[in-house]
Write a protein that binds this ligand. Structure first.
Ligand code: NOJ
Length: 472
């Protein structure tokens, strides 16, 4: 049951994928309708960002019922059809499990307040992920509760045995409904120092982007507290059996090891945040290549689109990078057609400025890109310029490059051996007898020797933003 070895997982953001009923919001039936297009890319699995009932304070990551489907997205029957349709096409379906917090509107918050973390006041200097203190006063309880994210997302207290028991049931329920695994949200937030000690001042910049107030602190006690996290992960693994579990751990690569004791794999955020520069990317690859469980990702629903971050010119080489690495590769919907960051919502929907990476999929060149017959909840960006239908018909398109890379990926063998990471721009590595050469610099480079298997661009040399897979 190791289907995930070197698999490609396609991330679906349900509200922005395909609307089936004209209300302007993507839904589960819409995803089922587009399964042939997803399967045509050759991916092995789909991961759905949360589709559970939610008041949408955080795009669905604030959940009121872990085993339901939000009525605006469909029903449990719709989800059963999606599971069946995915399996019929030889793909798997993963859900997003959010073990760190619930919505403040989850019935537990009033009925079982002891499943959350409380104090008599703002107990320490910890900062929430989206800014401000982690402590908010609940007027009804007259006490302060802890939230690592928005105040509408109170953190669960995993030291209360009712929490692991309830979450195990959630995992088993979904596996019983045919789901193949989970992406686990915000795992490093799960463990806090039991004495709620202050975070010390930071000695340097944070490893990854953080809010200005949190960047001044080292998140030593508010996050990543392994004595608490280890048993949580063990409980989730026990419930999941041998199902696929990929962890979102917002920590550097050298801290992922203990998480991987229970997970199948963990996202390598060092690669996502690496500057597009051969030495930096090579370093990120080298540090993670030894992990048994690297999950590679270049964009998702939280951070900038690939092309927006590293430049449109580099999109094809970035696709070659992502899809030739050993391990599990995660491709965010829209990256296969080169969607860029959009203008976002007006007024904004997300309070943390992430609308720009959540614009609807563009299936065709129509005004709404085939996403909806109604008014989309976020506007289409540029469907006439970029859409799946046009790019599927064009063998030289970015979509076709993704399909070809995925097809070739399944022939790649062995681990990653870094061959070159030169300040001038050449990044090269081997997978068995295949050499992958990418130009991350600004000058033309010589094409390394070997029989070309796949090129991002034709031509006698390797220009900026170009890549080649060569045998020999
Ligand atoms: C990470 C998710 O990817 C993000 O969208 C969400 O806001 C936080 N976790 C909190 O659940």
């Amino acid at each position: 049951m190791t289907w995930w070895r070197d698999a490609v997982v396609y991330q679906v953001y349900p509200r922005s994928f395909q609307d089936s009923d004209g209300d302007g919001v993507g839904d589960i039936r819409g995803i089922t309708r587009r399964l042939d297009e997803v399967a045509a890319l050759g991916v092995d699995a789909l991961w759905l960002s949360p589709m559970y009932p939610s008041p949408l304070a955080d795009g669905g990551y604030d959940i009121t019922d872990f085993t339901g489907v939000d009525p605006s997205l469909g029903t449990l029957d719709d989800l059963a059809e999606l599971v069946a349709g995915t399996h019929r096409r030889g793909m798997r379906l993963l859900l997003d499990l959010v073990p760190n917090h619930t919505s403040i509107e989850h019935p537990w918050f009033r009925a079982h307040p002891d499943r959350y973390i409380w104090a008599g006041g703002a107990a320490n200097n910890w900062k929430a992920a989206f800014g401000g203190s982690v402590w908010t006063r609940d007027e009804r309880a007259g006490r302060w509760y802890l939230h690592s994210f928005f105040p509408e997302q109170p953190d669960l207290d995993w030291r209360n045995p009712e929490v692991p028991a309830a979450m195990r049931d959630v995992v088993r329920t979904w596996l019983g409904r045919g789901v193949d695994g989970f992406r686990l949200d915000a795992l490093d937030s799960l463990g806090k120092h039991p004495d709620l000690l202050d975070d010390p001042p930071a000695a340097g910049p944070p490893p990854f982007p953080d809010t200005p107030d949190a960047a001044g602190l080292e998140r030593r006690h508010s996050r990543n507290w392994m004595p608490t996290i280890r048993p949580v992960l063990a409980a989730l693994r026990e419930a999941a059996g041998d199902a696929f579990l990929v962890g979102e751990v917002y920590r550097p690569t050298d801290e992922l090891g203990p998480y991987l004791e229970s997970l199948t794999c963990a996202f390598v955020f060092e690669l996502l945040f690496s500057p597009w520069e051969a030495e930096a990317v090579g370093g990120a690859l080298d540090r993670a290549a030894g992990l048994d469980g690297a999950a590679w990702v270049l964009s998702n629903h939280d951070f900038g689109r690939v092309g927006a971050r590293i430049g449109e010119r580099n999109q094809r080489a970035a696709a070659m990078l992502l899809l030739t690495l050993p391990g599990t590769a995660f491709l965010y919907q829209g990256d296969e057609i080169g969607l860029l960051d959009g203008p976002g919502g007006d007024p904004p929907v997300d309070r943390y400025n992430r609308d720009r990476v959540r614009h609807p999929m563009q299936w065709d060149g129509g005004r709404q890109g085939g996403f909806t017959t109604g008014t989309p909840w976020l506007p289409a960006v540029d469907p006439a310029a970029r859409n799946v239908a046009d790019q599927r018909a064009d063998p030289a398109s970015l979509w076709s490059l993704h399909r070809d890379l995925i097809a070739l990926r399944h022939e790649l063998r062995g681990g990653l051996e870094l061959v070159a990471a030169e300040p001038g721009g050449l990044l090269a590595y081997r997978r068995g007898d295949v050499l992958v050469a990418l130009n991350l610099g600004g000058d033309e480079l010589d094409l390394p020797a070997g029989e070309p298997l796949l090129r991002t661009h034709p031509g006698p040399r390797l220009g900026p933003g170009e890549g080649a897979m060569l045998r020999g």
